[in-house]
Write a new protein. Structure first.
Length: 256
C-alpha cells in the first residue's frame, strides 16, 4: 500500500495547510480516507478524482468531510466526465447520517435541500463495527471515543496493515485497531495536559503510548492543531514509543 498525505492539520485548516485527508493506493485501486477542508485541491495533484474507487469518512466534522461538497460539484457538473457519474456512483462509506449531513452542507437553502440528497453521484454505505471489502482493501471499522459517531480504521492489503485512529480520545478499542500495525497513523491534536477534554482527542504522549502497547511498528503523527507546536507533540510521541516516529506532512508518501 502507498499512503499519500493530502492534509493533516487538526480541527481546522492551518496557514497554507489543509485539514485531514489521506489517499491510499494498491493494485491500481485508490481509496480516500477523509476529505477535509482543502484536501480536494491536494487530491487533484495526485490523482484524477474520477478514478477514485471509494471514499471512506471517519466522522462528519468539517475538517474530515467538508470537501465532499467540492467533489460533488465536480461529479455533477464536469462538462466532459470520463463516464456518466449517475451510472457509476462513487461508493461512500460513512457514518449513518452522512447522506443528510453532506446534503445539507452542499445545498444552500431549504428548497434545494428538498431536492438534493446526493444519491445521484454517491452510493452511501453506512458504517458499522466490523470488516468490509473495499476493492483490494480489507477495512475493519472500530467505533471510537468522539462527540459524534466516529470510527477508526484498520486497513489490510496483502498482509500489510495501516491503522488510522480517526479523531478519538483514549478508549479500549484503539489497542485492537493498532495491534501489530505496520504503520499507525495516529491523531495527536495537542501536547499532553491535565485539563484535556475527555473523549475528544489524543495527546502526543497518548499516541506514542498507543503505538508502544499495541506493538505497532511505525508511528505517523497527524491532526496536530495549528495553534500548537507540532514538533513538541511529535517529540512527546517519540518519547513514549521506541519505534520510528514521524510527523505527517502534506504531500509526503509512505509505503506501508
Amino acid at each position: 500500500m502507498l499512503l499519500t498525505i493530502l492534509g493533516c492539520s487538526g480541527s481546522t485548516p492551518g496557514p497554507g495547510a489543509a485539514s485531514s485527508g489521506y489517499l491510499i493506493e494498491a493494485e491500481g485501486a485508490s481509496l480516500v480516507v477523509d476529505l477535509g477542508n482543502g484536501t480536494f485541491a491536494a487530491l487533484q495533484g495526485h490523482r484524477d478524482p474520477f478514478t477514485l474507487d471509494a471514499l471512506l469518512l471517519s466522522h462528519l466534522h468539517p475538517d474530515h468531510c467538508a470537501d465532499v461538497s467540492a467533489l460533488t460539484v465536480l461529479r455533477r457538473y464536469h462538462p466532459r466526465p470520463p463516464y456518466d457519474p449517475r451510472l457509476h456512483r462513487l461508493p461512500l462509506h460513512a457514518p449513518s447520517e452522512a447522506a443528510d449531513r453532506l446534503g445539507a452542507a452542499y445545498a444552500p437553502s431549504a428548497a434545494e435541500r428538498a431536492e438534493t440528497d446526493l444519491s445521484d453521484v454517491y452510493d452511501f454505505e453506512p458504517l458499522s463495527e466490523g470488516t468490509r471489502r473495499i476493492g483490494p482493501f480489507e477495512v475493519t471499522a472500530f467505533p471510537v471515543a468522539h462527540p459524534c459517531e466516529a470510527y477508526g480504521f484498520r486497513i489490510r492489503h496483502e498482509g500489510r496493515v495501516l491503522a488510522y485512529t480517526g479523531d478519538t480520545g483514549p478508549c479500549p478499542q484503539l489497542r485492537d485497531l493498532a495491534a501489530d500495525a505496520d504503520l499507525l497513523l495516529a491523531e495527536a491534536t495537542w501536547p499532553d495536559h491535565p485539563d484535556a477534554v475527555p473523549d475528544l482527542h489524543l495527546s502526543g504522549r497518548q499516541a506514542g503510548e498507543l503505538a508502544r502497547t499495541a506493538g505497532s511498528r511505525r508511528l505517523l503523527v497527524t491532526h496536530v492543531a495549528s495553534w500548537f507546536d507540532a514538533d513538541e507533540v511529535v517529540a512527546e510521541a517519540a518519547g513514549a514509543f521506541a519505534g520510528p516516529t514521524l510527523r505527517a506532512v502534506a504531500g509526503h508518501r509512505h509505503e506501508v
